[in-house]
Design a protein around this ligand. Structure first.
Ligand code: AHR
Length: 491
């Protein structure tokens, strides 16, 4: 019996809803086909946005959406994407699959998408190949209501009122696709570019600097040393690729050992957050600068027969666990991790939705976001679970169970718990300090490790109600089945 203690009297930090954020890039079929089909499409849409996709995304309460990249962001010239569509420049998306980008989805369309999703926009500016003026003018175009050339241009293009934009990224992966810079060079560039990203009346930007890739601690050190005082947050990118960057491995056809390697690599997120925060704190003693993980998720070989530059992959129970573990880790770090963005929202990497023509499927990852949504804006609770190490190789052992818990405004306790074993069920004895459970509801996502949803069979992996628990004097007893993600709500 694994002892699980939740201290309902110890609220640690608020779980920002933005931790449940998403990322959309002009990459493969994410924007075009996935989110945006255009007003003339036969696929039902509102102002060009797919109705079915919007409806599904609203269900999981997408709080924030990052756009236009990714690597695409540092090649994107925003003026190509405004004005009458027939006049917009056609370019080649050199980074992603050599596709023709007709710029029919631009600033106005993105802001319309966020309006429909009722989420915060997170716009990533181009520092790699764009000018200071260009970035400065984008902020002016988006957020200035007074008399100015950019405000005038926006009005000519049909948007009278300035939008509100809080989250603004100043470059992406500038250590790589965003210009191959050194940390000190980027730090100085960041200082310069952000100076001209103005806070116009009624709008305050939250400025986001490009942070490290995985364990590039030298980058964190260099950028923080130069630019800590000029940023609200630093980013971190960490993808789970089971076979490593060069040989990522298939999305569906994997063996038991690869399962545990994937779990081990996913759990590394915790170590990375701790280590980067430690460096950040050297240059930010008040711990003012937040950490944002604005790209995370699984990255496998693309599905056979698809464009290698489109990064289209299937999504199994393994991805459900990757999502469950990462979201638990972000919850636990919610004192400093203020946003996280799954890569990417539709049809690219660890998507929550896959589309094929007019059909859509909700992936196992989607269901995890749906189960975890009650953590949004709740208070993280102190909790501890007894675990044991499992796995097939000494160097790839992982804890069998993984959890996080919170209390929402109405006093409900929410806990999410994952079983990382593909062979064993475990008995759990959850004890709630300071609260007597009266009413309990629970749900579960579980199946074989390689199970996934298809367009012909979209409900192979789906959330089920779980009733097989016992309410005790102090908590709840239940058995968590192998390879599963569970959520309990206790009133
Ligand atoms: O998400 C795919 C790519 O991964 C992004 O464009 C880039 O920022 C990262 O390398």
């Amino acid at each position: 019996m694994a002892k699980y203690i939740i201290n309902t009297e110890k609220k640690l930090s608020k779980i920002n809803k933005e931790i449940y954020g998403h990322f959309s890039e002009h990459l493969g079929r994410c924007i075009y086909e996935g989110l945006y089909v255009g007003e003339d499409s036969d696929i039902p849409n509102v102002n060009g946005m797919r109705k079915d996709v919007i409806e599904a995304l609203k269900e999981i309460k997408v709080p924030v959406l990052r756009w236009p990249g990714g690597c695409f962001a540092d090649e994107y010239h925003w003026k190509d994407g405004i004005g009458p569509r027939e006049n917009r420049k056609k370019i080649i998306n050199t980074h992603w699959g050599g596709a023709v980008e007709d710029n029919s989805f631009g600033t106005h369309e993105f802001m319309e998408l966020c309006r429909q999703l009722e989420c915060e926009p997170y716009i990533n500016g181009n520092l790699g190949s764009g000018t200071v003026q260009e970035m400065s003018e984008w902020v002016e175009y988006l957020t200035f209501n007074g008399v100015s050339p950019m405000a005038e241009l926006r009005k000519q293009n049909g948007q009278e009122e300035a939008w509100k934009v809080k989250y603004f990224g100043v470059g992406n992966e500038n250590w790589g696709c965003g210009g191959n810079m050194t940390p000190e060079f980027y730090g100085n560039m960041y200082r310069r570019y952000q100076t001209y990203c103005r806070n116009y009346p009624g709008n305050k930007l939250y400025k986001i600097a490009c942070g490290p890739n995985v364990e590039d601690y030298n980058w964190t050190e260099g950028v923080m040393k130069v630019a800590a005082n000029f940023m609200d947050a630093l980013t971190l990118h960490y993808y789970t690729h089971p076979g490593g960057w060069l040989n990522k491995g298939p999305a569906r056809d994997f063996d038991d050992n690869t399962w545990y390697i994937t779990m081990k690599k996913t759990l590394k997120m915790d170590e990375l957050i701790n280590n980067h925060l430690e460096i950040m704190n050297k240059y930010d003693k008040e711990e003012r600068v937040d950490l944002i993980i604005d790209e995370w998720g699984s990255w496998y070989d693309v599905e056979a027969g698809t464009n290698p530059g489109f990064l289209y992959q299937q999504n199994t129970m393994r991805d459900a666990l990757i999502a469950g573990i990462n979201l638990n880790i972000f919850n636990k770090h919610s004192n400093r991790v203020k946003m996280a963005n799954l890569a990417q929202i539709v049809n690219v990497l660890q998507s929550v939705i896959l589309t094929e023509g007019e059909k859509i499927i909700l992936t196992p990852t989607y269901h995890v976001f749906n189960m975890y949504k009650d953590h949004q804006e709740a208070m993280l609770l102190e909790s501890y679970i007894e675990t044991k190490e499992i796995g097939l190789e000494e160097e790839n052992l992982v804890p069998n169970l993984h959890e996080s818990s919170s209390m929402d405004e109405s006093g409900r306790v929410i806990f999410t718990i994952n079983n990382l074993s593909i062979t064993e069920d475990y008995k759990v004895e959850a004890e709630l300090l300071g609260k007597k459970p009266i009413k309990v509801s629970a749900s579960i996502l579980n199946n074989e490790m390689t199970a996934y949803n298809t367009f012909d069979n979209p409900d192979v992996v789906n959330i089920k109600e779980f009733v097989d628990f016992k309410i005790t004097e102090v908590g709840i007893n239940f058995t968590i089945p192998k390879c599963s993600v569970m959520r309990f709500i206790i009133e």
